[in-house]
Design a protein around this ligand. Structure first.
Ligand code: SF4
Length: 382
């Protein structure tokens, strides 16, 4: 029986062709550097947690210091983790817990022949009637808050269904290892109720697909099977030029690069003319076409005067003199208006932006397709 996981379903949603190559034909995905870093750090954190749980210690700095990681990026992340982490008060903890479910969503062994859906929980425990799941993240950026998306609801649902059946709520925590900070969301029974039906619908779509069409888009840099993709093959770059191994190949690659730069420029100009007349075009999950961007014409004198009047520290105010909306918001965060004072920061931003003129500019390029990136109506595009 075919089995699924969130990552395999997500692979299909991004590109059915990539799914077919990896899941049906067994082609190995090329591991990117961020993925390799994530794997190394996850393994090390898991070993450390198992060690702490077994020894009933909250930390083991001596062991951690004696076992650095060799890759410098991984070493920095690992060091930040063990220097800040303390095992919490908890009951029934689990690390890298492998969970399996059959087609009726009953828990079964991870390797059971009837298993249809699998998931692995990085770290979980309970505190009386609260279940807690932590997922380790090695991302370079951290969002202000997190949504109750399907992946997080799957973790919460699986924990309650197979591990802590009597807990009332699940605290889903993402721990951003590079920042040593958490983002978390509380999942109630209502949030988890629809998970099996959502997964059934997605699995049914995969099982009904007979074509598995490639869908080039923003995921192409991440699929790991570009070498097996008919769309990528259309690029027609011979392998000895793509990966030169001698002087001759390198010269050919440099020549091609020069030609491609000139060609790229020409294609861009022609494509711009085309979309100006005919409107945007869709390529996978990307849209190429004209977009209006809006920026605020912030007046440094007026803004700094306002912030000083509102009691913001003088040194922090000088820091935002190179003004844009982003630098202003970053400057306010630096001045102490962080998460705890977000409401005050939002109020300052709202005030300033309410009296600042907006400059609208037109750009032509690629945008990921989502509601706010829909092209604006343009009179001359008729
Ligand atoms: S390169 Fe793009 S279109 Fe081709 S398999 Fe990968 S994601 Fe799909």
């Amino acid at each position: 029986m075919a089995s699924y996981s969130f990552s395999s379903i997500d692979l299909y949603e991004n590109c059915p062709w990539a799914y077919r190559k990896v899941k049906k034909e067994g082609i190995k995905r090329i591991t990117s550097e961020p993925q390799a870093t994530g794997r190394t750090v996850h393994n090390r954190v898991a070993n450390y947690l198992e060690r702490l749980i077994k020894s009933r210690n909250r930390t083991d700095l001596e062991w951690a210091e004696r076992n650095p990681l060799t890759n410098s990026d991984c070493a920095t992340i690992w060091q930040r983790f063990y220097r800040n982490f303390t095992l919490p008060d908890m009951q029934d903890p689990g690390v890298e817990t492998k969970l399996g479910f059959d087609r009726h969503w009953r828990p079964v062994d991870f390797f059971d022949p009837e298993v249809r859906f699998r998931c692995v929980l990085d770290f979980h425990y309970r505190q009386n009637l609260l279940g807690v799941v932590t997922d380790w993240k090695t991302n370079w950026s951290m969002p202000e808050s997190i949504e109750k998306n399907l992946q997080l609801r799957i973790y919460g649902w699986a924990l309650k269904r197979a591990v802590y059946r009597d807990v009332e709520e699940i605290l889903l925590r993402l721990h951003f290892l590079r920042f040593g900070a958490n983002r978390q969301v509380l999942l109630t029974a209502d949030d988890l109720a629809g998970v099996p039906a959502e997964l059934d619908a997605m699995i049914a779509r995969i099982e009904a697909d007979e074509k598995f069409e490639p869908t080039p888009g923003s995921f192409c840099g991440w699929c790991g099977v570009t070498a097996h993709c008919p769309e990528a093959a259309k690029a027609l770059v011979p392998v000895e030029i793509m990966h030169p191994v001698n002087h001759e190949g390198a010269v050919e690659a440099a020549k091609l690069l020069l030609a491609m730069q000139a060609m790229g420029h020409a294609i861009k100009e022609h494509l711009k003319t085309y979309v100006r007349v005919n409107g945007p075009i869709v390529v996978g999950d990307m849209l190429y076409g004209p977009f209006t961007t809006a920026s605020y014409d912030l007046d440094p004198e007026k803004v700094t005067g306002y912030l000083l009047d509102r009691g913001v520290d003088r040194e922090a105010v000088w820091g935002v003199l190179n003004l844009s909306k982003d630098s202003l918001e970053k400057g306010l965060k630096k001045a102490g208006f962080k998460r705890q004072r977000k409401r005050e920061r939002d109020e300052l931003m709202r005030d300033i932006l309410s009296w600042t003129p907006i400059i609208e500019e037109e750009n032509i390029g690629f945008r990921k397709i989502k509601a706010e990136n829909q092209p604006v109506e343009r009179a001359e595009a008729a």
